[in-house]
Design a protein around this ligand. Structure first.
Ligand SMILES: [Zn+2]
Ligand SMILES: [Zn+2]
Length: 159
């Protein structure tokens, strides 16, 4: 893990220690899918790979995540309140921005799905609504997947 930031990367405006840190540390579990979404985003920012994997449903979890392939995420926007369907699955819509290098900017707009098992929310998968690589202004389908699996986006989390 990198040096702990003061302000939580998830954009809540709270300090890291009063927001996502206790979730990453395993001291608390997320109360809602949105809270899990925020904490998983924070885990990508601080490259806490073990948290990313343990909050990922085993049915869709990649075998491994290479922290070196995770882009530098620098902005999260949760769009609207989460929705919960009749089976208890929650959907959270968000936009996230990252810089993959000094010239490449990524924008990811996704509806992520979550389930609750044994009292713990888990990320299942997502529908990517928009994925733009700003260097080319095309969907970055051949770029490394932002999830850090090291696979191409189109062969991993991409549509
Ligand atoms: Zn947070
Ligand atoms: Zn992926």
């Amino acid at each position: 893990m990198m040096t702990a930031p003061d302000i939580c990367p998830c954009g809540s405006g709270k300090s890291f220690s009063a927001c996502c840190q206790p979730l990453l540390a395993g001291d608390l579990s997320a109360d809602s899918a949105t809270e899990l979404m925020r904490s998983r985003y924070t885990a990508y920012v601080v490259r806490d790979v073990s948290y990313i994997l343990r909050t990922w449903h085993p049915s869709t979890r990649p075998a491994r995540i290479d922290p070196h392939t995770i882009p530098a995420w620098n902005g999260l926007e949760i769009i609207g309140p989460e929705t919960i369907d009749e089976t208890g699955r929650a959907t959270v819509e968000f936009k996230a921005r990252a810089s993959a290098s000094s010239v490449r900017m990524l924008l990811l707009h996704e509806n992520s799905r979550f389930v609750r098992e044994n009292g713990h929310w888990l990320y299942v998968d997502g529908d990517v609504r928009e994925s733009v690589d700003k260097a080319t202004n095309k969907p970055g389908r051949n770029s490394p997947c932002p999830c850090g699996s090291g696979r191409k986006f189109k062969k991993c989390c991409g549509p």
